[in-house]
Design a protein around this ligand. Sequence first.
Ligand SMILES: Cc1cc2nc3c(=O)[nH]c(=O)nc-3n(C[C@H](O)[C@H](O)[C@H](O)COP(=O)(O)OP(=O)(O)OC[C@H]3O[C@@H](n4cnc5c(N)ncnc54)[C@H](O)[C@@H]3O)c2cc1C
Length: 349
Amino acid sequence: MTRYIVMDFDVVIIGAGPAGTVCAYLLRKAGIPCALVDFATFPRDKICGGGLTPKAYRLLAELMPNLHYSYKAIRKIRMGYDHKILNEIELPDEIRIVRRKEFDNALLQQYRDAGGLFVQDVFAAFERQGDGLVVRLQSGKELRCRYLVGADGANSRVRRQIMGHYNGNVLCLEQYVERNGSAPRDTIEGVVSNDYENGYYYIFPNDRCDVVGLGARGMTVQRFREVLARQGIAETQIRGANIPVEEVCSGMDDVMLIGDAGGFANKLSYEGLYYAFATGRNAAEAIITGRPFGQTNSDIYRRKRKERILAGIFYSRFGMFLVRHLTSCTWLVKKIFVAGLHTNTVAAQ
Ligand SMILES: Cc1cc2nc3c(=O)[nH]c(=O)nc-3n(C[C@H](O)[C@H](O)[C@H](O)COP(=O)(O)OP(=O)(O)OC[C@H]3O[C@@H](n4cnc5c(N)ncnc54)[C@H](O)[C@@H]3O)c2cc1C
């Protein structure tokens, strides 16, 4: 029979990505005993464009004021429809492009520097015992806790245990394109089309190469290959990952799903980092104050409802018609972008 090593904590957090580390760091700062569990050896990579919008890096600066990380600053965005670039705008504030491997490691280091406990292990399952929870790890450890936070990303096992199949993923495929000596880009490109279902084609430059990708419903490798060919881009190594855009609720006050595990990425732009920080903060707030996560996270739920309506309009045939005819109107596009990238960072409720 398996002998378990049993440990007691107030909170167990599964997943040391941006959502989990922000939550763990804030709890640690508040003096609440917690364990942050991740199966990866850090620094670990994560498929991601690495774009931090102004609202995301401002919120992060509030939550982790001593954090330092390197990034490439981009101030220009080009937009197009159906493979044609129609406009270029200059943004008042930069978008920061980070490399997730280093960025996520820097976040985790902040938590560790604050004395936080990191457990390298695989989450297997949880169960209710008495008035608490028991979290089982693959190594045989059992962590007893009052709260469990699922921050284990797009294919969350915590979410799967609670609700089984999840239907809110958008597949995003991308590849790196070497610049072969040409000057680094200083512009992000985004192109929509009636050919992509609820999504867009993008080029994100980072310091060594460009990341070319396409995120849309029903995306397949074959579709992505066709788009690369149309753009005259040679195929290198295509990688893919899900972005979960339909938020889910655990239905339990002592089990919370945050970041990608909770399906919080933006339904229109697929931005996920801001939501990872915000929901990580809101889960910590719920635990510290003893209020339900549904309450501390209410502003994010409101924002998601608005996004659902906006995405429905934007990605409809009518929306694409408007994009095609209004994208060349610089002042309007700038207004929309600035609103989307900046919108005030919302405080925990
Ligand atoms: C192609 C692509 C491009 C993107 N570009 C952007 C962008 O430019 N800007 C932006 O804001 N967002 C972007 N996103 C979204 C963004 O990457 C995510 O929203 C963000 O990483 C979510 O953070 P998280 O902490 O919730 O999850 P993750 O960063 O996925 O972290 C989850 C962690 O959980 C761990 N884990 C998983 N399962 C277990 C288990 N069973 N046991 C233990 N540990 C486990 C993993 O090892 C991982 O470290 C992109 C996503 C994709 C797929």
